[in-house]
Design a protein around this ligand. Structure first.
Ligand code: ATP
Ligand code: MG
Length: 771
C-alpha cells in the first residue's frame, strides 16, 4: 500500500479508494473530509486518470493551492495540470475560452461587488430615481440573488410574484434597472461575480457541444464544502457530471453558513436523489480537536432541529475545558486576548500563527487590533476592506484593466481625469450620452471624436485623444511584458506615482507604500505562475487572480501572525488556540438573524463552525457593555454559552454568578482560584471596576474610545544603516545590508533577505528593524 493511503483510517480509505461513480461524504468538522478529497485526487492519478481530466472545486483559491502542493508532493509535477480552484475562478477561465459564443470578449473584465455597486448607483442616478427608496446596495443584492437562482431579466418579468414584491416595496422599476445593469455590463465587456456562474449555466445550456466538451474533459469532479453551494453552482456541477457520473462531494450540513447568500442546504440533502447508485460515506473520528472541544461542539449542534444525525468522536486527549471570560468592555476584551496570547507564547512556546481571533462582524476587530498593537503582537486581518479595495490600488488597477479591456467603462471613468488632465465632468457626461446614443463605448467615441459633433472644444478633444493614445501604447507594450513590468511602467507614465509623492502627508506616504506592496504582490504572482501552473504571469492572468481572490487568499507563508477574521471566513481552517469574542445576545446570535428558527439555527451552526476550528484550546468572551451604533449599551451573554453542556466549561467565576455579578467582586474574588483572574487584570495593575460601570465610568469609557481608522500603518523613521548590518523586515524576514546609496530622505539600501532575495528599499518607507 502506498504511504499516503496508510495515513487514512478505514472509512477515509474506503472513500479514497472508490474510484468511479457518484459518492458523498457527510461528516462532522475535523473528520478529514478535505484530506479525503486531496488523497483521492492523488489516488485517481496513480490509477492512471489523466490530471487534465480532474476538476476540484474548493472554498478558497488558497485551499486549492494548498491541496495542489500536497498532491504534487505525492505525484510530482503532473499536479500542475489539475483544474482546481473556486467555482468562480474555474468558470472564469472557461468563459475566457468560450465567452465569445455569448458575445463577450475573451479579455472581459470581472467586476467585484464594489464595481457592481458603483454601476448600480450610476444607473439609479441617471434614471432620476429616489436614492432613499432605490438603495443601490439593496438593489444590487436583490439582483445578485436573482442571478444565483437563475432568474434572468426575462424570467423576472414573467414572474408576477417577484414584480409584486418589488411594487409593494415601492420599487416598481426594479426590472428596468436589472435590464439596464445587464446591458451596461455586456457593453463594457464585463461580468460580475454572479455572472460567472449564470453565464456558465447559459453556456452549458445553450451550447450542447460546449457542454459535451467539458463533460468529456472533466471525467472526475470533486467538490469540497458542498453544503454551501448555491443553485447556480449546483446546476453547473450536475450538468458537467451528467455523462460520467464520477462525482465526489464532501460536506457537513452542520456547517452550512451561507444561506443568507443563497446557499442551499438541499443540494447536500438531495444528492442521493440526483444520481443513481450513490455511495455514501460517514467519517466519525475527529483528528483536529481535544475531546472537550469535540464534545462541547456536539452538545451545541444537538440543539438544532434541522440536521442529519451524525456521530463525532475523538481519540485525542481530553484537553482543558473551554474558558469562558466576562470582561467589562471591548477594550478590556482586547486586552484579555492580547495578555492571553502573550502568556501562551511564554508558557507553551506557542507561535503567533497558532492563534486566531474569530468574531461575528468585521467591526469588532478594532478593539482587538488596538490591544495587540499595544503589546507589539503581529497580527493579520482577513476580510474587511481588502487591500485591493484601497483607493490608490484601485486607481492603478483601473488603468491595468483598461489596457486589457478598453471597453470597461467603470475603469475608464475612474481614471480618465486622474491624475487631473483637465477633462471635466461635463465632458464625461457628453461622452456617456454619445456612447449610449451610438451604442458604442466611450473609448470608441473618443477614437472617432473628430468625426462627431459633440460640442467639446478642440483643446479638450486633444486631451481626450492623448489619453486614449496613452492607453493604446500601453496595450502594445503589454503584449511583450509580464504583469509586473507593465505595472511599473503604468504607475510612472500615468503620473500616478508622482501624484502620490507630491503629497507628503502620512497618508500620501502610506499610499506609496501600498503601491510598493502592490508591485511586490505582482512580482510574487509572476514568479508563482511560472512555478505552479506553467504560465507566464501576464497582466490578464494577474487581474483575474485578484478579481477572484477571496479575502483569505493573500496570506504569504513566511508570516507568523495572529489571525483575525470573521467566522464565515474561518470555515475549513484550524488553529491550536481560538478566541471567539463578542458572545453576546444581539451580536452573536445577531439581532438581524433571530426572527425565525431557521435563521437562529444558522447562527448556531456558525457557532459550531467557530468552536470546531480550535485544536487545543478555545476561549469564549463576552462583555458587560459594548458600543453598538455609536451608543454604549448593556450587553447580555449569548445563549450559545449556556447551551454548551456545563461540564465542558471553565467559568472564570461561579456559573450562577456569571450573568449578574461583575467579574472581580470582592466576595467572589475569595472564592475563585486567583490565578485564573490574573490574566484579566489591566497591564497597569489597577484592578478593573468592581461592579457594573457607573455613569461616570461610562463617560470616561466613552472618552477613551479611540476613533477613526485604526489600520496598522507603522511609520518607520529613516534609519542609519551600514553595509553588513543585520535587519528585519515585516514581510521579507531577516536580511543583510549589501549596499547603500542616496542621501538624506532618499537613502536606499540593497538588502539580501532570507525570504525574497535582494530588495532595494527606500529607507524612509521601509518597515525595517535593526537586529
Ligand atoms: P472541516 O469540516 O473543518 O472542513 P475536515 O473534515 O475537512 O474539517 P480536515 O481538515 O481534512 O477535516 O482534517 C482535520 C485535521 O485532521 C487536519 O489537520 C488533518 O490533517 C487531520 N487528519 C485527518 N485525517 C487524519 C488521519 N487519518 N490521521 C491523522 N490526521 C488526520
Ligand atoms: Mg474541510
Amino acid at each position: 500500500m502506498q504511504d499516503y493511503i496508510k495515513q487514512l483510517n478505514e472509512a477515509q480509505r474506503e472513500a479514497v479508494l472508490q474510484k468511479d461513480g457518484p459518492m458523498i461524504v457527510i461528516a462532522g468538522a475535523g473528520s478529514g473530509k478535505t484530506r479525503v478529497l486531496t488523497y483521492r485526487i492523488a489516488y485517481l492519478m496513480s490509477e492512471g486518470v489523466d490530471s487534465f481530466n480532474i476538476l476540484a472545486l474548493t472554498f478558497t483559491n488558497k485551499a486549492a493551492r494548498e491541496m495542489k502542493n500536497r498532491i504534487s508532493k505525492i505525484v510530482g509535477p503532473e499536479a500542475k495540470n489539475l483544474w482546481m480552484g473556486t467555482f468562480h475562478s474555474v468558470f472564469a477561465k472557461i468563459l475566457r475560452f468560450e465567452g465569445d459564443k455569448l458575445g463577450f470578449p475573451s479579455n472581459f473584465t470581472i467586476y467585484d461587488s464594489n464595481d457592481s455597486q458603483q454601476l448600480m448607483r450610476s444607473i439609479i442616478k441617471e434614471k432620476n430615481l429616489d436614492k432613499d427608496i432605490y438603495k443601490y446596495k439593496q438593489i444590487q443584492s436583490r439582483i445578485s440573488s436573482f442571478k444565483n437562482s437563475l432568474i434572468t431579466v426575462k424570467a423576472y418579468h414573467q414572474n408576477p410574484e417577484l414584480k409584486e414584491a418589488d411594487a409593494m416595496a415601492k420599487r416598481p422599476r426594479l426590472g428596468e434597472i436589472y435590464q439596464e445593469y445587464v446591458d451596461r455590463c455586456f457593453k463594457s465587456g464585463a461580468m460580475d461575480f454572479d455572472d460567472l456562474l449564470l453565464r456558465t449555466n447559459e453556456l452549458l445550456t445553450r451550447f450542447p457541444e460546449v457542454l459535451a466538451k467539458y463533460q468529456q474533459k472533466f471525467k472526475y469532479i470533486l467538490v469540497d464544502e458542498y453544503q454551501d453551494t448555491n443553485h447556480s453552482q449546483y446546476l453547473i456541477v450536475r450538468a458537467l457530471s451528467d455523462r460520467f457520473q464520477n462525482i465526489c462531494v464532501v460536506g457537513d450540513d452542520a456547517q452550512s453558513i451561507y444561506a443568507f447568500r443563497g446557499a442551499n442546504i438541499n443540494n447536500i440533502l438531495n444528492f442521493q436523489k440526483d444520481y443513481s447508485d450513490v455511495k455514501s460515506y460517514r467519517l466519525e473520528q475527529n483528528y483536529r480537536s481535544t475531546k472537550n472541544i469535540v464534545d462541547a461542539a456536539n452538545s451545541i449542534i444537538e440543539k438544532n432541529k434541522t440536521k442529519l444525525d451524525k456521530v463525532v468522536w475523538t481519540e485525542n486527549l481530553e484537553g482543558s475545558k473551554i474558558h469562558v471570560n466576562r470582561l467589562v468592555n471591548d477594550a478590556e476584551e482586547g486586552r484579555f486576548v492580547a495578555n492571553s496570547v502573550t502568556e501562551k507564547r511564554m508558557q507553551e512556546g506557542a507561535k503567533n500563527g497558532e492563534f486566531a481571533v474569530l468574531y461575528r462582524t468585521n467591526a469588532q476587530s478594532r478593539s482587538i487590533e488596538d490591544a495587540l498593537r499595544r503589546k507589539d503582537i503581529p497580527y493579520r486581518i482577513y476580510g474587511g476592506l481588502s487591500f485591493y479595495q484601497r483607493k490608490e490600488v484601485k486607481d492603478i488597477l483601473a488603468y491595468l484593466r483598461l489596457i486589457v479591456n478598453p471597453k470597461d467603462e467603470e475603469s475608464l471613468k475612474r481614471v480618465i481625469n486622474y491624475p487631473s488632465r483637465g477633462i471635466g465632468q461635463t465632458t464625461i457626461d457628453k461622452l456617456t450620452l454619445a456612447a449610449n446614443h451610438y451604442k458604442r463605448t466611450i473609448f470608441e467615441i473618443i477614437e472617432n471624436i473628430n468625426k462627431l459633433d459633440l460640442t467639446i472644444n478642440k483643446g479638450t478633444q486633444t486631451k481626450l485623444v492623448n489619453f486614449v493614445n496613452m492607453i493604446k501604447s500601453f496595450k502594445v507594450q503589454n503584449d511583450s511584458l509580464n504583469a509586473f513590468q507593465i505595472t511599473e511602467i503604468v504607475s510612472k507614465k500615468t503620473g500616478l506615482l508622482q501624484e502620490f509623492k507630491k503629497d507628503g502627508t502620512p497618508e500620501g506616504i502610506a499610499r506609496i507604500e501600498n503601491i510598493e506592496e502592490l508591485l511586490n504582490g505582482i512580482s510574487d504572482f509572476v514568479e508563482g505562475q511560472k512555478e505552479l501552473v506553467n504560465a507566464e504571469g501576464s497582466l490578464t492572468e494577474f487581474l483575474e487572480d485578484i478579481a477572484l481572490a477571496t479575502s483569505l487568499d493573500k496570506e504569504t507563508a513566511d508570516e507568523d501572525r495572529v489571525a483575525l477574521m470573521t467566522i464565515h471566513l474561518a470555515k475549513g481552517l484550524e488553529f491550536p488556540y481560538v478566541y471567539i469574542v463578542g458572545l453576546e445576545e444581539d451580536l452573536f446570535p445577531s439581532a438581524m438573524s433571530m426572527s425565525t428558527r431557521s435563521e437562529l439555527e444558522e447562527e448556531r451552526r456558525l457557532f459550531y463552525v467557530a468552536l470546531t476550528r480550535a485544536e487545543k484550546e478555545a476561549y469564549l468572551t463576552y462583555v458587560l457593555s459594548r458600543y453598538r451604533w455609536g451608543k454604549l449599551i448593556d450587553a447580555e451573554p449569548s445563549r450559545f454559552i449556556e447551551e454548551i453542556d456545563e461540564k465542558y466549561l471553565d467559568y472564570m467565576i461561579p456559573k450562577d454568578d456569571y450573568r449578574y455579578k461583575p467579574l472581580i467582586d470582592k466576595d467572589i474574588f475569595d472564592e475563585v482560584d486567583k490565578s485564573k483572574l490574573r490574566q484579566t487584570k489591566p497591564e497597569n495593575g489597577t484592578p478593573p471596576p468592581s461592579h457594573k460601570p457607573t455613569e461616570q465610568q461610562l463617560k470616561r469609557l466613552r472618552k477613551i474610545k479611540p476613533e477613526g481608522d485604526s489600520t496598522p500603518t507603522q511609520k518607520a523613521k529613516p534609519m542609519q544603516l551600514d553595509v553588513g548590518q543585520m535587519v528585519e523586515h515585516t514581510r521579507f524576514g531577516k536580511g543583510e545590508v549589501l549596499n547603500m546609496e542616496g542621501v538624506g530622505m532618499d537613502k536606499k539600501a540593497a538588502i539580501k533577505f532570507e525570504n525574497g532575495g535582494v530588495k532595494n528599499l527606500i529607507l524612509k518607507f521601509a518597515k525595517l528593524k535593526v537586529i
